[in-house]
Structure formats: structure tokens, C-alpha cells
Design a protein. Structure first.
Length: 202
């Protein structure tokens, strides 16, 4: 399925805090372009405030804004267990009471390019911007990660044999209450950072 809006500033899908906005199931594909997704909210044990992407599903988000969504567990903006591609998109102001304020992925493959991940919060967990969980792979290129807050890994936390590669990006002003203002890389996880700026993280 493909959803094409008139532009993120013109087309808004607002869940009004009733539920998450989209859920992609195994062996399905969803493309979202030129849309703002806001007001997604999941309580209890559910994941993915705006979008839940299941194992075996494919999700593409481009030229969009994912803002002010919340979840009680993981993935305030997006919870990704499958394959996710994010292009020229803003993920901001999302909150997870657990992990991954902006994005949480476990076992998935996530590519982010030309995008901004900003002002997301993990209120009692880790990975204010992003948590890359067990067995997941994430590549970030030409993007800005700024102003995210968590217990550990204000910008990113990678855990459990995951792989994180950051290319030509900026990580600034992220904050961890305990450790890893920009990035917290756990034992057994793989991290590469190339031609990028890390500044004013705390």
C-alpha cells in the first residue's frame, strides 16, 4: 500500500491519542510520502506509537514528519522489527516510557538518510533518539541527531550483537542521565562512525 500526501505541511494524520496510526504485518509493504503522523498513543504492552513494523514487513517513509507520538514500552515514533527505509524525514518530539524514544528496532534492518531525529525522549529507559536492539542493523547517512534524552545513549544505544554505522552525520546536544550522551555501544555490538560531527553531547 502507498499513501501519498500533499506534503508534510499540508497533509496530517492525527490519531488523537486513541491508538497507533499504522501497523504493517508480515509479508506486507507500506510506503508513506509527504505526510505528518501525530497523536499516536499505545498503552500497556504495545510498541510503536506512530508505526509498528512487524518482522517480515517492509516500510518506507519519505518526505514526512513523525511528531508527538507516545508509547508505554518501546518505539515512541517507530518500532521496527522488519525492514525500514527513512528518507528526508523528521522524527521529533516522540516519547517512549521504555526504550527508543524516536525509533526502536530489534532484529530489523533500518536505513536513515537525509533525515532529522530530534527532541525524542526515553523517560525511564535507553536510546532517546534510537535503540538498536538484539540482532538489528542500522545505517544513518547525511542526517542530524539532536536534543534527544535518555538514561543511557541520548542519541543512540546499540545492544545485543547489533550493528550501527553512521556516515557524514551530526550528533549534537543529546543527553544521557547516566552514560553515553551521543552513543552508548554495549559489549558485543558493532559501531562505525565515519566523517561525522559529535559535539555538545552530555
Amino acid at each position: 500500500m502507498t499513501i501519498i500526501g500533499a506534503g508534510a505541511n499540508a497533509t496530517t494524520i492525527d490519531a488523537n491519542s486513541i491508538d497507533r496510526i499504522f501497523e504493517t504485518l508480515r509479508d506486507t509493504e507500506l510506503t508513506i510520502a509527504g505526510v505528518t503522523l501525530t497523536g499516536g498513543s499505545v498503552s500497556g504492552q504495545g510498541n510503536g506509537g506512530a508505526i509498528f513494523n512487524a518482522n517480515g514487513a517492509k516500510l518506507t517513509v519519505l518526505d514526512s514528519i513523525i511528531v508527538n507520538n507516545q508509547v508505554a514500552t518501546s518505539g515512541g515514533g517507530i518500532h521496527a522489527d522488519g525492514e525500514v527505509t527513512i528518507i528526508n524525514t523528521e522524527i521529533s518530539g516522540n516519547t517512549a516510557n521504555g526504550n527508543g524514544g524516536g525509533i526502536y528496532t530489534a532484529g530489523g534492518t533500518v536505513s536513515v538518510s537525509g533525515s532529522t531525529i530530534s527532541g525524542n525522549h526515553s523517560t525511564v529507559g535507553d536510546g532517546g533518539g534510537v535503540q538498536i536492539g538484539v540482532g538489528a542493523t542500522m545505517t544513518v547517512t547525511d542526517s542530524t541527531i539532536t536534543g534527544n534524552v535518555a538514561g543511557r545513549g541520548g542519541g543512540f544505544i546499540s545492544t545485543g550483537n547489533s550493528r550501527l554505522t553512521i556516515n557524514t552525520s551530526t550528533l549534537s546536544g543529546n543527553m544521557a542521565k547516566r552514560s553515553g550522551g551521543a552513543i552508548f555501544n554495549n559489549d558485543g555490538s558493532y559501531l562505525e562512525v565515519h566523517n561525522s560531527h559529535l559535539e555538545l553531547n552530555s
